[in-house]
Design a binder for this molecule. Structure first.
Ligand code: AMP
Length: 183
């Protein structure tokens, strides 16, 4: 299973991604988690990423794409992967297609978790992470919508996008995702 999980910050992607990852025995690859880990460990990648990520902006494509290419070429990805937080721009989506071609494989599905903005602001302002102040949250949502609109359209036109309602009991959302992936 090779899939992407789309959803705005606060949509519950992390929780659902862990479940899908276990269910299909595939690694959950979250670019946000990888950046945060590198920032924590003050690696060269982390130092580069920090000034963008702390302001709620995207890390430059060149940095992000190189990181994903490296991660997807690891042995644990041969039977599939779940990408979370990538691609975020059309340039990343194009490069991702090239990476898949180079790996001689293709994408099975793209899950789009749909949650209204009002609900997201409420959830995120309760979470209290360093990049969760209300202004930063609103900025991240704007960036997310601006960037993903065309990506959603891109994958929808290829017939592999599945919208799943991301509001309600966690188990119901999980069931919706599994149903979509079974198609
Ligand atoms: P996330 O946890 O997915 O919301 O990501 C947290 C932060 O990491 C984002 O606000 C960006 O600064 C950075 N980031 C994560 N994924 C990407 C990506 N695909 N492209 C650029 N920046 C990213």
């Amino acid at each position: 299973m090779r899939c992407i999980l789309f959803g705005p910050p606060g949509a519950g992607k992390g929780t659902q991604a862990e479940f899908i990852s276990k269910h299909f025995s595939i690694p959950h690859i979250s670019t946000g988690d990888i950046f945060r880990e590198n920032i924590r460990n003050q690696t060269p990648l982390g130092i580069e990423a920090k000034r963008f990520s702390e302001a709620g902006n995207l890390v430059p494509d060149s940095v992000t794409i190189a990181m994903v290419r490296d991660r997807l070429s690891k042995q644990d990805c041969v039977n599939g992967f779940l990408l979370d937080g990538f691609p975020r721009t059309t340039a990343q989506a194009d490069e991702f297609d090239a990476i898949l071609r180079d790996l001689d494989t293709s994408l099975d599905a793209v899950i789009n978790l749909v949650v209204p903005d009002e609900e997201l602001v409420e959830r995120l302002s309760k979470r209290g992470r360093a990049d969760d102040s209300v202004d930063t949250v609103l900025h991240r949502l704007t960036v997310y919508h601006d960037n993903t609109k065309s990506l959603i359209g891109y994958y929808r036109s290829r017939g592999i996008l599945c919208d799943v309602v991301g509001v309600g009991p966690i188990e119901d959302i999980t069931a919706g995702i599994l149903q979509a992936l079974a198609r």
